[in-house]
Design a protein around this ligand. Structure first.
Ligand SMILES: Cc1cc2nc3c(=O)[nH]c(=O)nc-3n(C[C@H](O)[C@H](O)[C@H](O)COP(=O)(O)O)c2cc1C
Length: 246
């Protein structure tokens, strides 16, 4: 196995950090790694906002589900889908792209570009012995955070990413086995037995994992998060920002 794959396979989210800030040069390297990701039609539909002001960081941590480790991390990046930059450029070129960027597909393209860039940062950070955790909780406070960061229309936060030196590491969470996730030539409906067995195995994982043993399983965790109230305000928020209108 080569070192890149080893880094990828060793991934685990980190939620406990040493009190060490990232250096400017680390931040630049991480952003450069993000930018090397593929991007739809070379559109580069994202912006990355680094938060080093402790007051802003605290406000975001509060809006993003009150997750205290956000404040403790070495750096907080807010990954935003950004169709505004291309809107400005279209005006320079006198081409009307409004109809396109106001569609749901453009919102998807923005989120995809943003996610690819973020995941490149994750791999780069982990290869530098840094730990990371995505912060989807940012979308709980999407309205307040967008105002706080002065995001213009056609820009929205997709998630945050905290990066820093781990002070504590979780065990690696087992994934669905290859046969459960990989289909050949068509979607195979007959995989539930693999998924059920995997769920049992994760129950064992949770009961023996180091530090905090609990009576959980993959499905209990995943489904309880899907059972929360949906963020119904997001559609209206995106519409007001000029996005996802049709
Ligand atoms: C888009 C996205 C949003 C996430 N949001 C949060 C979050 O707000 N808080 C948190 O503690 N973990 C968050 N996570 C981390 C997941 O909980 C974690 O990736 C998952 O449990 C698998 O664990 P692992 O990353 O250690 O393998 C998020 C992950 C993703 C991809």
């Amino acid at each position: 196995m080569n070192q890149t794959i080893e880094t990828i396979l060793n991934h685990k989210s980190v939620r406990s950090f040493k009190n060490i800030r990232l250096t400017e040069s680390q931040i630049e390297q991480l952003v450069e790694a993000s930018q090397a990701a593929s991007t739809a039609s070379y559109q580069q539909n994202y912006s990355i906002i680094g938060i080093n002001d402790p007051i802003i960081k605290r406000k975001i941590a509060k809006c993003a589900g009150n997750q205290p480790f956000i404040e403790e991390s070495g750096h907080l990046f807010i990954f935003c889908a950004d169709l505004y930059r291309n809107k400005l450029m279209s005006e320079e070129l006198n081409i009307d792209i409004e109809k396109t960027i106001q569609g749901v597909d453009a919102t998807i393209v923005g989120a995809v570009d943003t996610s690819l860039a973020a995941q490149n940062m994750v791999i780069a950070a982990e290869s530098m012995d840094l730990g990371v955790c995505y912060i989807g909780g940012v979308r709980d406070g999407i309205i307040e955070i967008s105002e706080l960061l002065e995001l213009p229309n056609y820009v929205y936060p997709v998630f945050g990413l905290v990066v820093g030196y781990p002070s504590e590491e979780n065990d690696k969470k087992p994934r669905i086995p290859f046969e459960g996730i990989y289909h050949e030539n068509k979607y195979n409906l007959d995989k539930m037995h693999i998924i059920k067995q995997y769920n049992k195995d994760t129950n064992t994982y949770y009961s023996v994992r180091s530090g905090k043993s609990s009576d959980r399983s993959w499905a209990k965790t995943a489904i309880s998060s899907l059972n929360r109230l949906p963020r119904t305000f997001i559609k209206d928020f995106l519409n007001k920002r000029g996005l996802s209108k049709h």
